[in-house]
Design a protein around this ligand. Structure first.
Ligand SMILES: [Mn+2]
Length: 320
C-alpha cells in the first residue's frame, strides 16, 4: 500500500467538496462507528451535507454514539465517497455496486488494498479515529460530539489503552478530549462495562465448550446455539479476547455460523506476541491487525467448518 494523498490534501478535499457519503466496514465495531460518525459530524459542522452507512446496521451497544443519527440505508452514490477503517473492498462489497467507486480511503490497517482514487493509510494510528481526530482538529471542526464519537473508536481499538498499538499519540488525543471537559467514564462504561444477558450466556457457552489445541483456545457457535441462547452476532464480540486472557493461551479463535446464510462461518481471532492473527485469517481470505483479525469460512455444515478451522489451527500453532 502506498499513500497518494497527504494529510493536508485530505483537508483540502474536505474544504472543496460539498456532499459526502462515508462508508464504515461491515459489522461495524467501535472504531468503525466512531470514525464514521465522528467524521460525519465534523463535516456537518463545516456546513457540508454528510451521511454515513455500512452494509450492516449499527449494533445496539453503539447506538449511543453521537452521529449515529446520520446513518442512512439509502446512501448517495453521487456524493464524494469516503471509507474509514476499511482495509479491503470485501468489507463494503455488500453495499449497492454504485457505491463501490471510492474517492478516498482513510485507514490504519497494516494489511489491505489501495482501492480508492485517493488512499491514505497511517499504520501508526492505534485507531482510525485517531486520524479522524487530527483531521477534524486541523479543519476546526472538533466539536464535543465529534470528540465523544472519536473517544469510542480510540478505546475500542486500544482496549482502553491496554493493547500494544497504544501510543503516546493515543494518550495525547485522550488528554485533549478530557481537557475539553468531556465526561469520558460514561463512554468507557457503555463500551466496556456493560453486557447484554445474551452475551453473558454466550460467554458461559464459550467457557463450557472451548477446546484447547497446544497454546490455542477455540470455540464455536452454531446458528442453533445462537437461537437457543437468544444471541445476536454482536453478543460474541468479547469472547475471543476473553479466551486469550487465559495464562498459556497465545491464540484464540471463535467461529460463529451466520443465521441468514448457514454456509457462512465468521471467524474472530486474537493473539499474543507469539502469533500474527492477521496471517492466520489470511489463510481464509480475511485479515486485520496482528493481535486481532477476522475472516469468513465457507462450509456446508458446522462440523465441516470446525474441521477446516481445527486443521488450520493445528498447523498454525504447530501441534502434532
Ligand atoms: Mn480500527
Amino acid at each position: 500500500m502506498k499513500n497518494n494523498i497527504t494529510f493536508d490534501g485530505i483537508i483540502n478535499l474536505f474544504t472543496e467538496k460539498t456532499n459526502f457519503t462515508i462508508i464504515a466496514h461491515r459489522r461495524p465495531d467501535g472504531d468503525a462507528v466512531g470514525s464514521a460518525a465522528g467524521l460525519c459530524l465534523a463535516l456537518r459542522h463545516l456546513g457540508k451535507t454528510a451521511h454515513w452507512t455500512s452494509s450492516d446496521p449499527v449494533p445496539p451497544s453503539l447506538e449511543f454514539v453521537p452521529g449515529v443519527e446520520h446513518f442512512t440505508c439509502t446512501p448517495n452514490p453521487n456524493a464524494f465517497v469516503v471509507t474509514v477503517d476499511t482495509a479491503t473492498p470485501s468489507m463494503f462489497d455488500k453495499l449497492p455496486s454504485e457505491l463501490h467507486r471510492i474517492d478516498l480511503k482513510i485507514d490504519h490497517h497494516a494489511s489491505g488494498e489501495d482501492y480508492a482514487t485517493y488512499n491514505y493509510t497511517d499504520t501508526t494510528a492505534a485507531a482510525c479515529s485517531e486520524i479522524i481526530f487530527r483531521l477534524a482538529q486541523q479543519s476546526n471542526a472538533l466539536t464535543d460530539d465529534v470528540c465523544r464519537a472519536i473517544y469510542v473508536g480510540l478505546i475500542a481499538d486500544t482496549g482502553c489503552f491496554r493493547y500494544a498499538n497504544t501510543t503516546a499519540n493515543s494518550f495525547a488525543i485522550a488528554t485533549e478530549i478530557a481537557c475539553r471537559g468531556i465526561a469520558v467514564a460514561p463512554i468507557a462504561e457503555a463500551c466496556f462495562g456493560t453486557r447484554t444477558p445474551a452475551a453473558t450466556a454466550a460467554l458461559a457457552h464459550a467457557l463450557n465448550t472451548a477446546v484447547y489445541m497446544g497454546d490455542a483456545a477455540i470455540c464455536a457457535f452454531t446458528a442453533a446455539d445462537k437461537a437457543r441462547l437468544g444471541m445476536t452476532d454482536n453478543d460474541t464480540s468479547e469472547i475471543s479476547p476473553f479466551l486469550r486472557e487465559t495464562q498459556g493461551v497465545n491464540f484464540s479463535a471463535v467461529l460463529t455460523q451466520a443465521s441468514d446464510d448457514l454456509t457462512e462461518f465468521r471467524l474472530s481471532t486474537r493473539s499474543r506476541e507469539k502469533y500474527d492473527a492477521s496471517a492466520f485469517c489470511r489463510l481464509f481470505g480475511g485479515g486485520g491487525h496482528i493481535r486481532a483479525a477476522g475472516a469468513t469460512i465457507t462450509a456446508n455444515s458446522p462440523d465441516a467448518a470446525w474441521e477446516q478451522l481445527t486443521a488450520a489451527v493445528k498447523t498454525f500453532v504447530g501441534e502434532r
